[in-house]
Design a binder for this molecule. Structure first.
Ligand code: DQA
Length: 139
């Protein structure tokens, strides 16, 4: 099984960015933990601050891997293009958020990903990604 994790803008700053909301761990550290916990899975990880690069990556991975865990970060709330990209591929996408977006500002309650995602995992800290992996393993 191959699972690709795609992270959007500002998630490269995890570990130092608003630690009260997003925690103290870098994604690179967390990614290593995931790889050792699920050694039977082939993982790939991509992060970009650029909307078009995220769409390119969704298109590139979306016909070959078994699942995509997508945290589109701020683009979740604005990007018709990322929503359309998810509709255009074969691979199921799970929408991931570290924080509980529904307990935050109103503009974070709208998602262009949710209607086209297989499901959403929101608000469990970095553990949201692990729960997404578990879900793909069981489906
Ligand atoms: C986020 C929530 C978004 O609203 C925010 O813009 C992010 C991170 C999360 O994982 O909690 O950058 O996607």
């Amino acid at each position: 099984m191959k699972i690709v994790i795609i992270n959007g803008p500002n998630l490269n700053l995890l570990g130092t960015r608003e630690p009260g909301i997003y925690g103290n761990k870098t994604f690179e550290q967390y990614f290593k933990d995931l790889e050792s916990e699920f050694s039977q899975i082939e993982f790939d990880y991509f992060q970009s601050n650029i909307e078009g690069e995220l769409i390119d990556r969704i298109q590139k991975e979306g016909f070959s891997c078994d699942g995509i865990l997508l945290n589109a970060a701020a683009y979740t709330h604005t990007s018709v293009g990322i929503g359309d990209a998810i509709k255009s591929i074969d691979t199921p996408v799970i929408e991931i958020h570290i924080s509980n977006t529904f307990s935050r500002e109103n503009f974070r309650h709208k998602s262009y990903i949710t209607p086209v995602a297989k499901g959403i995992i929101v608000g469990f800290g970095l553990d949201s990604y692990r729960l997404g992996v578990e879900s793909f393993l069981k489906s």
